[in-house]
Design a protein around this ligand. Structure first.
Ligand code: DAH
Length: 350
């Protein structure tokens, strides 16, 4: 009986595996385990076996039965799977995975780059870790000068150069000015737009230790303040809208003379400081909003870049990307750190 059981086991398993539809599988089931099925008939012979063999044969019968039942179950699932493919509508629209987009700061950088490229500026990037000389000395800021305190700086543990000083995480993009003069072998014309990350050790609602600036530099013969003003107005119109214009307000920077803060007329009251109902505009100060610094390149900076200030003049500006973008979108961000906290609910809105 043992041999017969093994023979039946093998033939049953092969038969099951080759049955590919559920009606036939049902027939196979009945043919094996039904009232007069092969297996059922074999089991009936158990009572005629010698008593001593009965316990072992009994165990074997159960094992084979389990195996056959399992195989039937598995084949049933396989057939069901095949059917799934048959009714699956391959033309039905799929489930779309969520799609990401560029971070708002990247979007702003792209837009600013395109605007300046249209008037002949070349986009460059300079190192985020640079020598003190490029970040300060070359910009007319000697080590002892108090103005340098405004640019609180991260210093790098590393080699110090006898001529270039220590290494710093660039606290502004102005380090690109003399580097650009060097890249062009001290030969104007220069029309640079340098957009990179900057670092200062501040962390509060309006400061993050890593932020972005865009720095413009134009050097050529006969460059004067009207070129600076025209460029600022062009940017204001292109980036903020056609009703927008700028004004230059006297200020002080070591690397420019004269220096200015650039203001833009408020997008809500358009520079009037008052709304139509004569109430004071809440979005600006007397009609204007502060954008960033600018000025005519200081002769000492041109000299540091080995350009003769008696032949060439230039203008420069350096603004924060985050701040400029926030002013455009009218987004009243009460905490600038949101930009870098990777909260998808915030980022998805832009
Ligand atoms: N580097 C200055 C800052 O980070 C901004 C700046 C002001 C850049 C005037 C300039 C400039 O090029 O002319 O605050």
């Amino acid at each position: 009986m043992e041999k017969e059981l093994e023979k039946l086991r093998l033939s049953a398993l092969t038969k099951i595996q080759h049955t590919l539809d559920s009606d036939s599988l049902n027939d196979v089931f009945l043919g094996l385990l039904g009232k007069s099925g092969q297996f059922t008939r074999l089991v009936k012979k158990l009572k005629d076996q010698p008593t001593s063999e009965k316990p072992n044969l009994g165990k074997l019968v159960n094992k084979v039965k389990n195996e056959i039942e399992l195989a039937l179950e598995r084949q049933k699932n396989i057939i069901a799977g095949k059917k799934l493919e048959e009714w699956l509508d391959v033309t039905a629209p799929g489930i779309k995975p969520p799609q990401g987009h560029l971070h708002i700061v990247t979007q702003a950088i792209e837009e600013i780059t395109r605007i300046y490229e249209r008037i002949g500026f070349t986009r460059v990037r300079y190192p985020e870790i640079d020598w003190e000389w490029y970040a300060f000395e070359s910009l007319n800021m000697p080590r002892s000068h108090p103005a340098r305190d405004d640019f609180e700086t991260f210093f790098i543990d590393g080699p110090t150069s006898p001529t270039l000083g220590r290494m710093v995480l660039t606290p502004h993009t102005s380090n690109g000015q003399v580097r650009e003069m060097e890249r062009l072998h001290h030969k104007p014309p220069i029309r640079m737009i340098n957009i990179t990350k900057c670092y200062r050790p501040n962390w509060d609602v309006s400061h993050v230790p890593m932020f972005h600036q865009f720095e413009g530099l134009v050097v050529d013969k006969g460059i004067n303040i009207t070129h600076l003003k025209g460029t600022m107005d062009y940017f204001a119109r292109e980036f903020f809208g056609k009703d927008r214009k700028t004004r230059l307000r006297p200020f002080h920077f070591q690397f420019t003379e004269p220096s200015f803060e650039v203001d833009i007329n408020c997008g809500i009251c358009l520079g009037k400081g008052k709304l139509e109902d004569e109430t004071t505009c809440r979005f600006c100060k007397d009609g204007w909003l502060e954008l960033g610094g600018s000025g005519m390149v200081h002769p000492n900076v041109l000299k540091a870049g080995k350009i003769d200030p008696n032949i060439y003049t230039g203008f420069a500006f350096g603004w924060g990307v985050e701040r400029t973008y926030m002013m455009k979108s009218g987004t009243k961000l009460d905490d600038i750190r949101l930009l870098y906290s990777n909260d998808i609910r915030f980022l998805e809105q832009f």
